[in-house]
Design a protein around this ligand. Structure first.
Ligand SMILES: NC(=O)c1ccc[n+]([C@@H]2O[C@H](COP(=O)([O-])OP(=O)(O)OC[C@H]3O[C@@H](n4cnc5c(N)ncnc54)[C@H](O)[C@@H]3O)[C@@H](O)[C@H]2O)c1
Ligand SMILES: [Zn+2]
Ligand SMILES: [Zn+2]
Length: 393
């Protein structure tokens, strides 16, 4: 089959690789019909190289049709339409059964001390072959795939794999009180979708980014937008001015470690991307290569006693956080990979009924998988108005 594989920093290719096969009795093989490109893939493209091997298949936002089932699969049949969550979760362990699928005890990666395995997401998360491919082996075939109805186009359901539950969890963790205000930092797919979900719940949303097309898109949906480039290091003041001097009740950080605004860390990041693995790995985990610009903004922006909900992915361990300010402001901070199945029962009925969040026009680009390398470069540069890219294998 054809699949998008990683070969080095900013070097991904579409290669011919062996087809996946049923390895365990409850595996299923899915023929992928649509598969997304995520901001998280950009971390692999740029800084997480030390945790990948040449030839690893990327991608964690697939949907498609069941092509083959193992002998122990009773809940799915060949031909069923399914979305595959990005967490590889068993839905039976002590973590999964309390809605913490991103911490699944059956698939945790003990070698690295990390949570649940993820499709297409480095050795830190189990080095599981990903979904930017024609075919995908999916374990836990009875409980992991999400069955979706026939009829609407793939665009209606594909975001159940990641974008919708991640944004949903971001808004849930933000826990904005009735009549309250939410600031969303970063208006990529995650921040944009979190804004839509919050607006849908009647929350006032202030969105921040520095890419014109992304600000325009959010504004068109009813978000009050602030261009980070206009306010520079006065973002907190600008947002306090919009919120009676106090600041919003909660802030979602939908940026993560690829933030703009920290030239020194950027140099460290680039250096790590170019170091030999043996040196770069401990450096990434222990030394300071974090880019905390967005998180530091969130601490400043949020009102006293407010909540910061972090969806953006961070790594590293050495960057100091402003604990005096965080303690003094009495902040609550909640974060983590999305627990996809935790939110599916709430989201799926809204999708089956209609297009509450505008998902059918959410993708800005749909391209054949063969053009994925160009699409990665475009998405990283935020060129050509790219916000969300879907591939057709
Ligand atoms: N928690 C999860 O389960 C989960 C799931 C999916 C994605 N993510 C993470 O969420 C983050 C966003 O993903 P995405 O797909 O929307 O990616 P993205 O890279 O397209 O979006 C990030 C946005 O932040 C903007 N930005 C950069 N620096 C900023 C700053 N200082 N202030 C305000 N905005 C700034 C960028 O212009 C961009 O529009 C990534 O870190 C991704 O890894 C987490
Ligand atoms: Zn994703
Ligand atoms: Zn589990």
């Amino acid at each position: 089959m054809r699949a998008l594989t990683w070969h080095g920093k900013r070097d991904v290719r579409v290669d011919t690789v062996p087809d996946p096969t049923i390895e365990r009795p409850d595996d299923v093989i899915v023929r992928v019909t649509t598969t997304g490109l995520c901001g998280s893939d950009l971390h692999l493209y740029e800084v997480l190289g030390p945790f990948l091997d040449s030839g690893d298949i990327l991608g964690h936002e697939p949907m498609g049709v069941v092509e083959e089932v193992g002998p122990a699969v009773t809940e799915l049949s060949v031909g069923d339409r399914v979305v595959v969550p990005f967490n590889v979760s068993c839905n039976a362990c002590a973590m999964c059964t309390q809605g913490l699928q991103s911490q699944c005890e059956t698939t945790q990666v003990h070698e690295h001390g990390t949570g649940a395995s993820l499709f297409g997401y480095t050795k830190l998360y189990g080095q599981v072959p990903g979904g930017q491919a024609e075919l995908l082996r999916v374990p836990f075939g009875n409980t992991l795939p999400i069955r979706v109805p026939e009829g609407p186009p793939d665009d209606r359901f594909v975001y159940l794999s990641d974008v919708l539950p991640t944004a949903w969890q971001g808004v849930a963790y933000a826990d904005v009180p009735a009549g309250g205000t939410l600031a969303v930092l970063g208006l990529g797919p995650i921040g944009d979708m979190a804004s839509r979900i919050a607006l849908h719940r009647g929350i006032r949303v202030i969105g921040v980014d520095l890419v014109g097309e992304r600000l325009d898109r959010a504004r068109a949906n009813g978000v009050e937008v602030v261009d980070a480039l206009d306010v520079d290091d006065k973002l907190g003041d600008a947002i306090r001015e919009m919120t009676g001097g106090r600041g919003p009740d909660a802030v979602i950080d939908a940026v993560g470690m690829e933030a703009h605004g920290s030239p020194i860390a950027k140099a460290a990041h680039q250096a790590v991307g170019l170091l030999p693995d043996a040196v770069a790995k401990p450096f990434m985990q222990k030394a300071g290569v974090d880019r905390l610009a967005a998180l530091l903004s969130a601490v400043d922006v949020v009102r006293r006693g407010g909540t910061i909900s972090i969806s953006g992915v961070y790594g590293g361990a050495a960057d100091p956080l402003p604990l005096l300010q965080m303690f003094d402001k009495q902040l609550q901070v909640r974060m983590g990979q999305a627990n996809v199945w935790r939110w599916v029962p709430e989201i799926l009925p809204l999708l089956a009924e209609g297009d509450a969040f505008g998902v059918e026009s959410f993708a800005t680009h749909r391209v054949p998988l063969s053009q994925a390398p160009e699409a990665y470069a475009m998405f990283q540069k935020k060129a050509d108005g790219a916000v969300k890219v879907l591939f057709s294998p």
